[in-house]
Design a protein around this ligand. Structure first.
Ligand code: SF4
Length: 368
């Protein structure tokens, strides 16, 4: 805004409420005072919206995030969201379905269900079944499933409904029972093992994405070693690691045993390095396999990766949620015939830690 290129600046989401809650005289007050002085207004977007509410689509035209609830009742010790966004408010099932029908008429193919905790919606399986019946919708993805609320009914539906992607985002945050209790997550290590084993038994091709917090107050070297051993043995497909962030107003803010930033960052790096090796081995195991890929970018001229892999389009498979996971870089001998948003078949013939490389096969079987 200072440079003049931004004419108006508004803030929305959690931030305005966070600022409202800042204690007078605190360090944060000074920090955010300058934000407040420079903005033109606040948009209160923390509410349940209806299917006809005007929205600006900020994603590719072929995918859409659909929010099924607002707020959260879980009260994790490190999280401000229940304070900022309030308790759980469910969106009506038929309103959600109406929104998806409208989106499907605008050529949206991939629906990504989001909420603070999607598995808290009591009608989740019905919403999924109804969405799967909408003709143009091809891929259904579930994000933010809480390990405490994931049900056998949901797992069985995921296993049997072709349109529900065999992908789940399951934030675990830690594996050590003492830390999980301090975090108020409502489950223990053996619960996690049971859920992950069940998911893998019922859905062998399942991709599990998870997140961990390192440096939570009270996390000793021994607890962190336990987390490393756990990550090594569970072999998750995708892992995000975050250093514990001490948010004023949360229970964890005043907990004893706060960890130095340097230690948190060291632990983060160690865990990420460990996961990188696992991700690479997992990607390597996909060589020779054929995956459906949604085309997201067609490159003007053939490009080469590491002087070996030539590609002329980029997409995502069921293994890749937008913005957080990897890509599939692929080559098509019929590039002029494919369009953005098509779902095509790609045979994997190369990989890096996060991405796959391949060749589009049999253009007559293009399914988009
Ligand atoms: S489930 Fe997520 S949103 Fe809800 S309190 Fe825990 S971390 Fe916050």
């Amino acid at each position: 805004k200072k440079s003049g290129s931004c004419k108006k600046l508004y803030i929305a989401g959690c931030l305005p409420r966070y600022i409202e809650n800042i204690t007078t005289g605190s360090k944060q007050e000074k920090e955010y005072k300058s934000v407040l002085l420079n903005i033109d207004g606040i948009i209160d977007s923390v509410k349940i919206y209806g299917c006809f509410a005007p929205k600006i689509k900020a994603t590719h035209p072929w995918l859409s995030y659909v929010k099924i609830s607002e707020g959260c009742n879980n009260n994790c010790a490190y999280c401000l969201i229940p304070k900022l966004r309030g308790g759980l408010k469910l969106r009506a099932t038929m309103d959600i379905i109406k929104e998806i029908e409208i989106l499907s008429k605008k050529n949206v193919k991939e629906i990504i269900f989001v909420a603070q905790d999607t598995t808290l919606h009591k009608d989740l399986t019905r919403i999924l079944k109804k969405t799967a019946k909408i003709r143009n919708i091809r891929w259904i993805r579930i994000m933010y499933a809480h390990p405490k609320h994931i049900s056998k009914k949901l797992i069985s539906l995921m296993a049997n409904e072709r349109k529900i992607l065999k992908y789940i985002d399951l934030p675990l945050q830690h594996c050590n029972d003492k830390i999980l209790k301090l975090m108020n997550r409502g489950y223990c290590k053996s619960d996690i093992e049971r859920i992950v084993n069940l998911l893998r038994e019922k859905i062998p091709e399942i991709v599990i994405r998870t997140t961990f917090i390192v440096g939570f107050p009270g996390e000793t070297e021994k607890d962190f070693d336990e987390l490393k051993t756990f990550v090594k043995s569970m072999k998750f497909d995708r892992v995000g690691v975050f250093p514990f962030s001490r948010e004023n107003g949360t229970k964890a803010y005043n907990m004893k045993g706060q960890i130095q930033e340097k230690v948190k960052n060291d632990r983060l790096k160690k865990l990420m390095r460990l996961q990188e090796r696992i991700s690479y081995v997992k990607n390597k195991a996909l060589m020779g396999k054929t995956l459906d890929v949604i085309v997201e970018k067609i490159v003007d001229a053939d490009k080469t990766f590491k002087k070996r892999m030539t590609y002329n389009f980029i997409g995502r498979s069921y293994r890749d949620a937008p913005d957080i996971d990897g890509f599939v870089y692929a080559y098509s001998f019929n590039i002029s015939k494919i369009k953005l948003g098509d779902i095509v078949k790609v045979r994997v013939n190369g990989c890096s830690t996060h991405d796959l490389y391949g060749v589009m096969i049999d253009s007559r079987r293009k399914t988009g």
